[in-house]
Design a protein around this ligand. Sequence first.
Ligand code: PFF
Length: 445
Amino acid sequence: MKENIAKEGFNSKIGAIAAAAGSAVGLGNVWRFPYVLGQNGGAAFLLVYVLFMLLIALPVLMSEFSIGRKAGLPVLGAFQTLAPGKKWYLIGFAGVLCAFVILFYYNIVSGWTLMYAYLSATGQLASLDESQINQTFEQSSQDPVTCIFWMVLMLGATGFVVARGVEKGIEQYSKILMPILLILIIVVCIRSLTLDGASDGISFLLSPDFSKLTPRALFEALGQAFFSLSIGMGTMTTYGSYISKKQNLPQAALSVALLDFFIAFLCGLMIFPCAFAFGINPGQGAGLVFVTLPNIFNKMAMGQIFSVVFFLLLVVAALTSSISLLEVVVTFVKSQFGLKRRMSTLVSSITIGILGIGCAVSPTLFDFFDKISANVLLPLGAFFIVLFIPLRLGKKAVREEMEANGTPFKLFNVYYFLTKYIVPLAILLIFTNSILSWMGYGLFD
Ligand code: PFF
């Protein structure tokens, strides 16, 4: 059942980081992070998020890169090769299932970004006032036909790139588009921060109120950290297999995590001052970005141009992440059913499209998949991935892999301690506590 994939690799150090950051930076940063933060009280959540990123998510990312690069194969093949004949390969299967589930609703939100790019380009947003902008989102996001139409377009674009073989495409695209996205976010941030009434949004983001830190908030922060870094399901294991042995792996992981966090933070600075300035409820959920941003653009000089470019770049950010998700499913279908890449892509995309219709017609299903994947499947996946390091790969082998380029990893013992004890324990604790709190026995309520 080994995956039959020609060995491909990223061309350059910066290309590898850009591609992994292309997977990490996506709707999770611009769309999901602000709304989850808004629902969980702001600054205190942000602090916990930073801690989880550094102490939990980063070690998982390093572990995934190491497993992938050591095996030189995408996720399923990686676990099969490093632990032949053992049940560890189930992690690979679970990862594929998870990518599949995330794609159901991720494509819908990607579709919304494309729809917004279109609405801006045709001037349909520019003439609206605040309440009309709100209505536009509510109507279009709840209309199944509109959602399915835009979702199919995005899925088609994702499938098109994956079918052609993504490696060169991803690397090249990411190197150019990621910096542009960053610059645009900074420009929009500056406008948002200079709006009248922006200060409430800034203090929402920066003055912590620890009474808001419920077990649920911890749970959501953990899930968001995993979702945002694309970890816990093998995408980064697959990308790890494309990274050259000459590259400093811990440094690459740190760069991706810092970049991902920095962009999420900037998105917070872009959204909240504006949301408060326009009296938009920061805890309103999935529509937050789609309601706040058009308001900023309508207040900016040349706002329509910025709006089109911004939503188009959001489309690209969504696309580079979707590609990494679809790649996991396609490599699986290819290896399991012996199909060619193009056919595997077609079969996978059609199946995902059909099942994704469920999320377009039912907001409850949409929310369910959104929550279950980030908050349950990814932490569980990460739990088993990190256990693989001490239980199967071993300290010496993982150290060799991390130092394969000849540079000693000075903090290796810290990484190993976190991976062996803290990460699995923290996941277990946060998980159990949330389940108990749902049942009415919260330990730390
Ligand atoms: N990290 C992506 C984002 O923030 O939008 C979403 C994602 C991509 C999650 C790939 C998981 C994954 F494997």
